[in-house]
Design a binder for this molecule. Structure first.
Ligand SMILES: [Zn+2]
Length: 58
């Protein structure tokens, strides 16, 4: 009655691959400037208008 209990349990990782953790905002690590994240556009490609450094996902 313990079919596949040993190996199959931790096999499905696909549930964790979701985008639930994806950032919704981009923030400047230096001054705290925030802007809404554009979907499909990485935060690091956006620069802070004040500091001219790449933003990071939040
Ligand atoms: Zn800044």
């Amino acid at each position: 009655m313990e079919m596949g209990k040993g190996r199959g349990a931790g096999g499905s990782r696909q549930g964790l691959g979701r985008r639930g953790v994806a950032p919704t905002k981009c923030v400047c690590p230096q001054c705290g400037y925030e802007t809404e994240k554009t979907r499909g556009v990485p935060c690091r490609t956006i620069r802070c208008p004040k500091c001219s450094i790449p933003l990071v996902g939040k």
